[in-house]
Design a binder for this molecule. Structure first.
Ligand code: HEM
Length: 429
């Protein structure tokens, strides 16, 4: 693939840090959306495992694309905490910088604290997620997935991103944290407005917080079998603002990521022969497609990030105190140093030396119970969809599918499909 900006970069260093290119790579442009793996390969060749990049607005950062280096950064939470307050660019960042909502600001939530304070939040949030009953989660997923299929099944056509993959995780998460279903539907709208950015985003953020503050009040008065009640039952004291921010973090962290896991897996099944068996009722290949996505098309391609506590060296680069270090999770997963192609399809393909980093690694990684919840939502959702609409096929040529215009998240704008119209579950009773 020709890569417009890498072809303009200085001469290749062949991956040797001593001769690696140094002109920063702009972290934007269509190549990130269409063929990021080809782009990461060119970067690895010209820049080595740690790439100087330029964020929109001209702000510098380091993108870690080597598996070993990414492992090193995420394993060392002392030297590289997820502490956005350390950033040495704050004085230059305008209030309306488009990446600000994603990069975040210091605030008292599990996602935006570091060190001892982050551990304090983790000790309250993670057990509350872990105690969710797997059978209940699966039951919620089946019920909500069935409802979403009911809304489209008589029509014979649908957009599986907007009408299935995006709403399902948020509706399930809303139930798990303790919302009644009608509020879950509003939270789905709020998160959509937030993801779309634009003028509605600020107002959506306000509504998101208001939902969570109300939920904290309701559950304090009448606890139930839900994540919020378990958080409130933890003996460690937190302010209402902290509870609300942690609930926002749980919902926001699990929403689009799981939606992209579902839609990227469905895309594979609908476009690649290797995974088509799942459409004919082969359950094994649902798991294989989902696994393939975590390696090849991780929903979180790039994560912001980590910030260096002091001057240090990484992958042959001089990192300064306060520099932003972006985690190239999608790139590290395909680093040839850890990948060993076996010639087998699906899961067998990835018999290399390490685990994938789609959920990151180390003390700030996606909590294990959250990963399990994500897996249940994605797998159950896909299984329900395929059971109900077994003759699903793409309604447009595969080449016309459009990726989300982001270097950070890998998903699709839409996944138009068609199928023979069928009755709703209500009609069958
Ligand atoms: C495919 C689905 C998912 C992916 C790819 C994913 C990925 C990630 C990543 C990359 C991080 C940041 C890790 C870091 O900074 O090193 C993260 C953090 C987090 N995720 Fe997930 N996630 C997914 C689903 C979920 C779900 C369903 C939930 C909630 C039930 C969730 C809750 C969280 C929380 C609370 C954090 C912050 C953890 C902390 O700071 O200790 N995630 N996730």
């Amino acid at each position: 693939m020709t890569n417009p900006f890498l072809s303009a970069a200085p001469a290749s260093g062949g991956g040797c840090p001593a001769h690696a290119a140094s002109a920063p790579v702009p972290l934007s442009g269509p190549a990130f959306h269409t063929e990021p793996q080809a782009l990461y390969r060119s970067m690895r060749h010209s820049y080595g495992p740690v790439v100087p990049v330029e964020l929109p607005g001209g702000f510098p950062a380091w993108l870690v694309i080597g598996y070993r280096e990414l492992h090193q950064v995420t394993s060392d939470g002392e030297l590289f905490p997820r502490d956005v307050g350390l950033w040495n660019q704050w004085e230059h960042i305008p209030e309306d910088w488009p990446l600000l909502p994603m990069v975040g600001r210091p605030m008292p939530s599990i996602y935006f604290t570091a060190g001892a304070e982050h551990r304090r939040h983790s000790r309250m949030v993670v057990p509350a997620l872990e105690a969710a009953d797997p059978f209940d989660i699966r039951r919620h997923c089946e019920e909500l997935a069935d409802r979403l299929v009911d809304d489209i099944c008589a029509r014979g056509t649908a957009d599986l991103v907007a009408e299935f993959a995006e709403p399902l995780p948020v509706l399930v998460l809303a139930r798990l944290v303790g919302f009644p279903d009608d509020e879950g539907a509003d939270i789905a709208r709020v998160l959509k407005d937030l993801a779309d950015g634009g003028p509605g985003a600020q107002e959506a953020y306000g509504r998101f917080g208001a939902h969570m503050r109300r939920l904290v009040d309701v559950k304090r008065a009448a606890p139930g079998d839900d994540v919020t009640s378990r958080m409130l039952a933890d003996p460690e004291p937190f302010t209402d603002e902290e509870y609300a921010l942690d609930l926002m973090a749980i919902t926001a962290a699990g929403h689009l990521t799981t939606a992209d896991w579902i839609s990227n897996s469905l895309r594979l099944m609908l476009t690649e022969n290797e995974f088509a068996e799942s459409l004919a009722g082969g359950r094994r290949s649902v798991g294989e497609a989902m696994n393939e996505v975590l390696w090849e098309e991780s929903p979180t391609q790039i994560l912001a990030g980590r910030w260096a506590v002091r001057d240090t060296r990484l992958g042959g680069r001089d990192i300064r105190a306060g520099d932003m270090v972006l985690l190239g999770l999608g790139a590290a997963n395909t680093d040839p140093l850890v990948r060993q192609e076996t010639g087998l399809g699906g899961a067998g393909r990835h018999a290399g030396n390490g685990a994938h980093l789609a959920f990151s690694h180390g003390e700030y990684r996606c909590p294990f119970p959250a990963q399990e919840i994500a897996e249940t939502m994605a797998r159950t959702g896909i299984e329900v969809l395929l059971d109900r609409l077994p003759d699903l096929e793409l309604a447009v040529p595969a080449k016309d599918l459009v990726r989300r215009p982001s270097a950070f998240l890998r998903g699709m704008n839409a996944l138009p499909v068609r199928f023979a119209p069928v009755q709703t579950t209500g009609d069958l009773l």
